[in-house]
Design a protein around this ligand. Structure first.
Ligand code: SF4
Ligand SMILES: [Zn+2]
Ligand SMILES: [Zn+2]
Length: 331
């Protein structure tokens, strides 16, 4: 049996990228160290700040919330019910269970109940991929909830694999503007609050192991709407490289942060935002409603679309992209 590198006791996990094995206790310490290093290196927030964690019910955001509390930060949760069928029902249940077992503050927003639409309907109504409507809604609601409840910073559970996949995509397209915005902390600017990603030094597998070791129940399934999305394809490509050369994902992303620091833009450019005439949120759309209010008016006017219909369409599209045929009939 392999032994923990730090204490010699039996190990519970092997971390190829560190070329070492760890017992549960030393693995927990390693994760906390990696998180606090990211927080300190990028001056994300202090122990006095009030932190709002965007929790989805997945392993990363729940592990992040758990780690922040363990390290003595003041962190509350924010959960958005996206209306994605059973996936949302289950994720909401697990987030509520996590918060109530630990006596933590959880804010909740239900898209259908409060704004009259859900993500499958928004995708159909706007004829865009679900993740595009979902990302827009989440950004707006995260910002407005942090502002409304007076939090100093909003944090998300994006991990090293997520960020490396985004970097990979941005590099393949040489999208310099997006590359500049991959700093793990974005300062408050133009009415938008500060945002940070404290898990950028930790991998997906490490976060899954954290949840297992700490006994945290999380939604194991990916969001069904992610099917066929380009981000997943980038992740899979990197996972293939990582299995051959352990550590390559970390050196790709962390090396980017280190060496490209001069080009990273920690502030978001919002030239003189104005207040949305419907909801009052900052927007660059002069004399108009913000993008979220426009989404609400299109999506809420559409009759509710069952998740199944959107999924059928996406499954078909993923098949076509992979196999190049469009002649199959679906039932
Ligand atoms: S995969 Fe897409 S639709 Fe699902 S939660 Fe993420 S952004 Fe939203
Ligand atoms: Zn040990
Ligand atoms: Zn608005």
């Amino acid at each position: 049996m392999s032994k923990c590198r730090a204490c010699g006791e039996p190990a519970v996990i092997d971390l190829a990228r560190h070329n070492a094995n760890f017992c549960a206790d030393h693995f927990i310490r390693l994760c906390l160290r990696q998180m606090t290093r990211a927080i300190d290196d990028f001056s994300m927030f202090s122990r006095e700040d009030r932190i709002l964690v965007a929790v989805s019910g997945g392993k990363d955001s729940l592990a992040l919330w758990d780690m922040l509390i363990m390290e003595g930060y003041h962190a509350a949760g924010l959960y958005i019910g996206l209306g994605i069928g059973e996936y949302s029902d289950e994720s909401g249940r697990l987030v509520r269970q996590f918060a109530s077992e630990r006596g933590l503050t959880l804010h909740e927003i239900d898209l259908r109940a409060e704004h009259g639409f859900d993500i499958p309907t928004a995708a159909k109504a706007t004829r865009r991929v679900p993740c595009s409507a979902c990302g827009l809604a989440k950004r707006h609601l995260f910002d407005s909830a942090a502002r409304e409840h007076g939090y100093d910073v909003l944090v998300t559970g994006h991990n090293l694999d997520d960020e490396a996949a985004v970097l990979f995509g941005n590099t393949l397209r040489w999208d310099v503007e997006y590359l500049r915005r991959q700093a793990p902390v974005l300062a408050a600017s133009g009415g938008f609050g500060r945002k940070a990603k404290p898990l950028v030094r930790l991998t997906e597998r490490e976060m899954a192991a954290w949840c297992v070791i700490r006994g945290i129940d999380y939604v194991v399934e990916e969001c069904p709407m992610a099917l066929g999305n380009r981000h997943l394809a980038y992740k899979e490509s990197l996972a293939g490289l990582e299995s051959r050369s352990p550590g390559v994902t970390a050196s790709f992303f962390l090396g980017f942060l280190e060496r490209m620091a001069p080009i990273l833009d920690a502030g978001v450019d919002h030239d003189d935002p104005v207040a949305c005439r419907q909801c009052g949120a900052p927007t660059s759309a002069v004399d108009e409603s913000c993008a979220f209010c426009r989404l609400v008016s299109t999506a809420a006017a559409h009759e509710p679309v069952p998740v199944r219909l959107v999924l059928d369409r996406r499954r078909r599209k993923a098949f076509d992209e992979q196999w190049g045929t469009t002649t199959m009939e679906t039932t």
